[in-house]
Design a protein around this ligand. Sequence first.
Ligand code: FE2
Ligand code: FE2
Length: 163
Amino acid sequence: MNELAKLLKDEHETYDKKLAEIELELREPYEPQRISSALRELPEFFREIEGHFLKEEKFIFPELDKIARGVPLSLVKDEHDDLKAARDMLKMVKKKFTDAIQYKDKTMLHLAVHLTQRVIKHIREHAAIEDEIILPLIDKLPDDKQKRIFVGLQNFDISEPST
Ligand SMILES: [Fe+2]
Ligand SMILES: [Fe+2]
């Protein structure tokens, strides 16, 4: 695998570890305190994930779009938007469920766990599609182009506002 694809794949693996940590908090028997912190941590973690999305949208997808004729990369990009919407949904759940968590409402806790797990699963599936289908396309880019993107990615400040 080329170093550019590896850089992004490594980020996916780092995120997967963090997601596994959050997932642990959702284990049974359901513990209101743990579920509450998972509901806070996952949307917070999105700040990093969105930095990664931005790198892909700015540096990778436009270049692959030029060479990967027929591959609907926009579907993968649209998933970034779906995931951001899922992040907002979790924030809303966290707000709504604070009282339920305090009152140990089992049904509400159950729902919060399932919704959080679904978002985690979605992030993982998105990364798997990129690892298996999108990142291998980078090999088709000329070497000098790959190097330029690699340097650009390493110097990219993810705090830069999204356009
Ligand atoms: Fe992505
Ligand atoms: Fe990615």
